[in-house]
Design a protein around this ligand. Structure first.
Ligand code: UDX
Length: 408
């Protein structure tokens, strides 16, 4: 897409000031990571980059501009953006601020862009809203373009991600009960998902959700609720994250207890490190947490992910194992250096391993040669399926001892 449009109606530039001057519509699409310092650290969104953009737009504007918030922002950020824009000194500068959150998911971004469930535009100036709607209207049906006030639009983005994450935490909570009672989580998900009011999507039990958005946006929502004194509401949403952390820890604990209460010095093949298939993104991936837990138990990890490099894996583990004052202890550094390696295929990772741990649902894992994988492993050959990706019956037929999520 980029190749086709570049130089035609898509241009990349570092001439920020001149480009602002010549633009009618400006999208702010910068990062809003969770704050790691100061007030609201660990919860609030860091709005430094958004504010810098707004200041730069104010400085370089000489006519009317539509400024579109594309970044995910706390409710009422538009208020701050508007105030900063008011500081523009050029008398011909004026602004309409719109909120137009992005709902696309990784791995399906282009599909989601071309065929969105909905486009949301929040704002106060109907002329500006219609101009932006006109751009989307070139490929999106009119009934899918929703218009709201600014604050509803900002809040809808956080709420959509909170609801999606809540579904995963809800099904994961039930997976723990399934393991205790003999019910099967995939059967339960299928049974409830056929109720048209509940629907089948986002009910896949897993080792825990990851990615750059869910945790960040819920923490942000929790912070907002607390800011407005809504402590019960804050606690309610915070529980989605508590449950996700529990699910990750529960999985690694199950690995250790099943393997005779020790994984020390045992080779464990880790299949998948990305937070979901078809992406090389590892941000908040459950794999980082599970690998950290196994490393702390002194396991020897051989990781295979078709898209994630050894450097990235080591960097993620070091970041998680760094203490509050930003230091990686000598002990942890040595553990990562000596107990983590990568393999160039799922099969070679499993060579001589005591266990396979599936942490990302890559399609290629389903077509592995399980007969020879089993032959090449230590016995009993454990397989812990954190994505319920593989067929338990077939694997058991080869001789594996299989442990899946939400299945006793
Ligand atoms: C998400 C939202 O879907 C998207 O609308 C928003 O714009 C950005 O955040 P993304 O982070 O790319 O997109 O991934 P998504 O497909 O939503 O999955 C998030 C996490 O939940 C992944 O770790 C995934 O494995 C997990 N998940 C998802 C489950 O464990 N079970 C499910 O049923 C669905």
């Amino acid at each position: 897409m980029v190749k086709e449009a570049r130089g035609r109606n898509l241009f990349f530039t570092t001439e920020v000031a001149a480009t602002i001057e010549s633009s009618n519509v400006i999208f702010i699409s910068v990062n809003t990571p969770t704050k790691t310092f100061g007030i609201g650290a660990g919860r609030a969104a860091n709005l430094e980059f958004v504010e810098k953009c707004a200041r730069q737009i104010a400085q370089n504007s000489n006519s009317h501009k539509i400024v579109v918030e594309k970044s995910t922002l706390p409710v009422r950020t538009a208020e701050a953006v508007k105030r900063i824009l008011k500081s523009a000194t050029n008398p011909n500068a004026s602004f309409s601020v719109l909120s137009n959150p992005e709902f696309l998911a990784e791995g399906t971004a282009i599909k989601d862009l071309l065929n969105p469930d909905r486009v949301l535009i929040g704002g106060e100036c109907s002329e500006a809203i219609e101009q932006l709607a006109g751009i989307y209207g070139r490929w999106v049906e009119p009934e899918r373009i929703l218009r709201t006030n600014l604050w509803s639009s900002e809040l809808s983005k956080l709420t959509a991600n909170a609801f999606l994450a809540q579904r995963v935490s809800s099904i994961n909570a039930i997976s723990a009960l399934c393991e205790a009672t003999g019910a099967d989580i995939d059967e339960v998900a299928n049974a409830i998902g056929t109720d048209s009011r509940i629907g089948p999507k986002f009910l896949k039990s897993s080792v825990g959700f990851g990615g750059s958005c869910f945790q960040k946006d819920i923490l942000n929502l929790v912070y907002l609720c607390e800011h407005f004194g809504l402590h019960e509401v804050a606690k309610y949403w915070e529980q989605v994250i508590v449950m996700n952390d529990y699910q990750k820890r529960r999985f690694s604990t199950r690995i250790v207890t099943t393997m005779f209460n020790t994984v020390s010095d045992k080779k464990i093949a880790v299949w998948g490190f990305a937070f979901k298939k078809d992406t090389n993104d590892t941000r908040e991936s459950a794999a980082i947490y599970v690998c950290r837990d196994l490393l702390e138990e002194r396991a020897k990890l051989t990781i295979y992910d078709p898209q994630v490099s050894l450097d990235k894996i080591k960097h993620d583990l070091a970041a998680l194992m760094t203490n509050g004052s930003g230091e990686l202890s000598e002990n942890n550094r040595k553990l990562i250096e000596s107990n983590v390696q990568v393999a160039d295929s799922a099969e070679s990772a499993a060579l001589g391993a005591h266990a396979i741990v599936v942490l990302t649902e890559w399609d290629e894992f389903t077509t592995s040669d399980f007969a020879s994988v089993y032959q090449s492993m230590r016995k009993p050959a454990f397989l812990f399926d954190g994505r319920n990706l593989l067929d338990r019956k077939i694997l058991a037929g080869f001789g594996f001892e299989v442990h899946s999520i939400g299945k006793s």
